[in-house]
Design a protein around this ligand. Structure first.
Ligand SMILES: C[S@@+](CC[C@H](N)C(=O)[O-])C[C@H]1O[C@@H](n2cnc3c(N)ncnc32)[C@H](O)[C@@H]1O
Length: 274
């Protein structure tokens, strides 16, 4: 059923892309489509759905529906260290956007058991993987995955088994902003302003440029590769994110160096920094 849902949506996306931009984009669309069918972004029609079309790389299926992402094994320990510092004394809720396989979420939920963890992803195959990891780990503080499109104007929190609209200590987003359109970055900032508590944080992990400069040659190469696959993707710049954050009533308050030329960006409510 979900395969059929994906196939139908893929056809719609390709039609939309071709009719908007012509043959060169059709070639790109076909290339992206064939490169990773499983990770293609699907969901209700609309520009943000189409713009979120993506390739997640080299996930492998383990037992059942559990997917394994190689990058998880390289980055989870260093991200967990930062989360312990930021969230170690909290006991509210954390929403993860674009949870992918779900491996990060169950790992962080085990490390920080006083918090309630809410995974989300628009891709139903990823939601199956998230729920399969949770079934394996049986953590009392992890909720079922939900379909949240970060770019949506309303995340509809507090309804239909979705995370609560209040008591949100953190929104976490790992390796999503460079493989989605800028609308996803804007939607994430908008929702963070709306939903996180007064002292809450938006935590974003990934490769970022700083003030127009890539922090490593490999990030520049990666950026070019992303843009060649899809001209709406690309390594985001902290300066652009800071401007957008301010427009949404947030501030970029910390930029933490992480291994392999990645960063964690922390955003908080602007009123905490008069
Ligand atoms: C590169 S994967 C990262 C997955 C996971 N966070 C990790 O680091 O392993 C990007 C994820 O973003 C999700 N995604 C794509 N478009 C999105 C959107 N508009 N809103 C929320 N998530 C989105 C994809 O389905 C995918 O699971």
């Amino acid at each position: 059923m979900r395969r059929r849902e994906q196939a139908q949506f893929a056809a719609g996306l390709m039609h939309e892309r071709i009719s908007r931009t012509g043959f060169p984009s059709m070639v790109k669309a076909v290339r992206s489509f064939t490169s990773c069918f499983r990770c293609m972004h699907i969901g209700s029609p609309g520009p943000s759905r189409y713009l979120g079309w993506l390739n997640c790389g080299d996930e492998k299926t383990l037992s059942g529906n559990c997917l394994d992402a190689p990058a998880f094994h390289r980055n989870h320990a260093s991200i967990a260290d930062v989360l312990r510092r930021l969230l170690g004394d909290k006991n509210g809720n954390v929403i993860e956007i674009g949870s992918g396989t779900g491996q990060h979420l169950v790992t962080f939920a085990a490390a920080l058991p006083r918090l309630i963890w809410w995974p989300s992803d628009p891709n139903p195959i990823h939601r199956d993987s998230i729920d399969a990891w949770q079934a394996k780990r049986a953590l009392a503080n992890v909720r079922s995955s939900v379909d949240i499109d970060a770019a949506a104007s309303d995340w509809a929190l507090g309804r239909d088994g979705r995370p609560p609209a209040d008591d949100i200590d953190a929104i976490l987003c790992i390796n999503v902003l460079h493989i989605t359109s800028w609308l996803v970055s804007l939607g994430l900032l908008r929702a963070a302003k709306r939903y996180i508590k007064r002292d809450g944080v938006l935590v974003v992990y990934g490769p970022f440029a700083r003030d127009g400069v890539h922090i490593a040659a490999s990030n520049m190469t990666f950026d070019a590769h992303l843009r060649q696959q899809n001209d709406l993707w690309g390594v985001r710049d902290t300066a652009d994110l800071d401007v957008a954050a301010r427009e949404h009533g947030l501030r970029l308050v910390e930029n933490i160096d992480m291994p392999a030329n990645n960063s964690i960006l922390l955003f908080q409510h602007a009123e905490l920094f008069p």
